[in-house]
Each structure stands twice: as C-alpha cells, then as structure tokens.
Design a protein around this ligand. Structure first.
Ligand code: COA
Ligand code: MG
Length: 280
C-alpha cells in the first residue's frame, strides 16, 4: 500500500467549459494527456460541448490523482468498471482514494477524497427546457420520486423554484447513485431525500439533507451548494464526519499546471475537433 505518498487531499473543482474556447495549441496539449481509448471515445462526440466537457473531466481526474497519490502524471492509468464508472487502474494500491466527475449545463465538476470515503458527485443546471408544461413533465417523472419528495418539490413556490427544487432532488439522487456506482439499476422511489434547508447558496455548503432508503435513515452526508445562480451541485459521502469544502472554479492553465503529455501531438485530431459545431 502506497500510504507514504498519499496526502490528505480533499478536492472540489468546477470548470466552466462553456466559457472555455481552446486554442489549437490548448487542444494539442489537452489531447496528448488522455489515454488512447478515451481520446478515441471523445473524437466520436458530435458536438464540441460534449467533447470538451468529457475531456475536461478526464484531465481533472488525472490532476487529482497525481496530486493526491504522488504518482507520476504520465504513469497514471484509469479504467472503467462494468457500469462505466472511471477508476484508478491500481485502485487496490490506493484504497483511500476516491473521486467522481459530473458534467452538465456549463460545468464539469470533480470531487475527490483520500480519506477512505466513498463518494459521488452530480451537477445540474436549474432549468427545464423539455417543451411540455411543467405539470405534464412532473407527471411523467412521478415514479422517480417518493410522495414526500413531490410535496417538497411542488410546494416550493413559483415554477422557477419548483424546477430548482426538482433539479436539486435529481442531483442528490444522482450523487448517491454514482457513489455506489450502480447507475440507474435501483428503484429511485426507494431512495428518499428529506431536504431540511430549503434554499442553497454560493460559497456555502448545506449538509443537513437526510437520506432514507426503504424508510430507514442511512448514515450518509450530502454536501450541496450553488456554483452560480443557475447550477446546483451535490456530493454524496458515506462518512458523516467528512469536512465540508466548497467548490472552487479552476481554469485551463491551472488544470494543465504540471502536466506531462504522454501521447504524441496529434494535429489531425485537433483539426477534427475544430470542424465540430459547438452545440445543436
Ligand atoms: N457511476 C459513477 N460515475 C460514473 C458512472 C457510474 N456508473 N458511469 C460514468 N460515471 C462518471 C464518468 O466520469 C462520466 O463522465 P465521462 O463518461 O465523460 O467520463 C460521468 O460520471 C457522468 O456523470 P454525469 O455527467 O453526472 O452524467 P449523468 O447524470 O447522465 O450520469 C450515470 C449518468 C451513468 C452516472 C447514471 O447515473 C445514469 O445512468 N443516469 C441516468 C439518469 C437517471 O435516471 N438518474 C436518476 C436520478 S433521479
Ligand atoms: Mg448528472
């Protein structure tokens, strides 16, 4: 076990990928710092926004693991488990280390810990753009939330506030589902959140939300906050004593600080990226 090199690093990073317009040399550098199979996966995205968000997530993981484990940047290897969850190749060597990525709206986020805690993270833009009326949308979503959660969502005020409360509950569920790594194979109505602080804020963590599974309260901690007026984020942790830490925005130069490219510069790959449209 590589305990000596482990630093007790807790990380909460947010990257606004909508604001990021990479130059050709930025893209050359970034694409030489992701593993070949992930580089290939990225190239298949139709839109730049999807390519960029997933790419930034990969770079965040590498930066975090390098910082937390002391392993050399270019020697870190990731794989995905059978549910698609990224993990460190030598996860047995670093049993204290866990991290997770989420990307949605304008942000990519990473939460990472080296304190033997299991975690999941989710970010959501506080919007509904599905075209149907909100009542109809909520009706279609009925089975994903418990009756108590629906009371909380629907009694939270204006349509905008109801959408925000809906997104917050969705984000909480995703963070938990991602922490346990099961994707959506569990019945979402069995996972019930009890929100005790109704309003989230920037630069402040709300951690008094409770989780009940099949009616039983479980000992998990949820750290929630707003990244900006339009995005909420939730971190699920299976240790209630974990310290609260607010998300901090990082930019491309900080993300790449100390990077050691390990794939050759690929001009053609970058040209292909710049041929894509930003979004539909
Ligand atoms: N567990 C944890 N993390 C996973 C994962 C898994 N099984 N599979 C992928 N991830 C990581 C990856 O880093 C992925 O990004 P990448 O593919 O670019 O590397 C990232 O999480 C995706 O997370 P996010 O951006 O938040 O996407 P999502 O909200 O669509 O989550 C799943 C997708 C796979 C994690 C899963 O929860 C899912 O299938 N969700 C569908 C939506 C749903 O029904 N949610 C119910 C909540 S009410
Ligand atoms: Mg998500």
């Amino acid at each position: 076990m590589n305990i000596f090199k482990m630093t007790n690093t807790s990380v909460r990073w947010a990257f606004n990928f909508t604001k990021w317009n990479p130059s050709h040399s930025d893209m050359l550098l970034a694409s030489s710092c992701v593993q070949t199979e992930e580089k290939d996966r990225l190239s298949r995205f139709y839109f730049r926004k999807d390519f960029k968000s997933s790419l930034i997530g990969r770079l965040m993981m590498r930066k975090f693991v390098c910082q937390a484990s002391g392993k050399k940047y270019d020697e870190i290897k990731f794989l995905r488990d059978d549910k698609g969850k990224p993990m460190l190749f030598e996860s047995n060597t670093y049993p204290n280390l866990d991290f997770n990525i989420s990307h949605q709206g304008d942000y990519v986020v990473l939460a990472g810990e080296c304190s033997n805690v299991k975690l999941g993270v989710d970010v959501m833009k506080l919007e509904y753009s599905g075209g149907k009326s909100l009542d109809e949308f909520f009706r279609l979503m009925t089975k994903n939330f418990s009756p108590e959660e629906w009371v909380m969502i629907k009694s939270s005020g204006t349509e905008k506030q109801q959408i925000a409360m809906f997104c917050r509950h969705w984000c909480l569920k995703e963070s938990y589902v991602k922490a346990i790594g099961v994707g959506i194979t569990i019945n979402l109505q069995d996972i019930r959140f009890k929100v005790n602080t109704s309003v989230l804020d920037k630069n402040f963590i709300v951690d008094d939300t409770e989780l009940y599974i099949k009616g039983m309260k479980v000992n998990w901690k949820f750290q929630e906050m707003l990244l900006d007026d339009q995005h909420c984020v939730a971190v699920a942790l299976n240790d209630t004593s974990n310290m609260n830490l607010v998300f901090r925005e990082i930019d491309f130069s900080e993300l790449m600080e100390g990077c050691v490219p390990f794939l050759p510069r690929d001009e053609q790959y970058c040209l292909n990226y710049f041929r894509k449209c930003e979004r539909p």
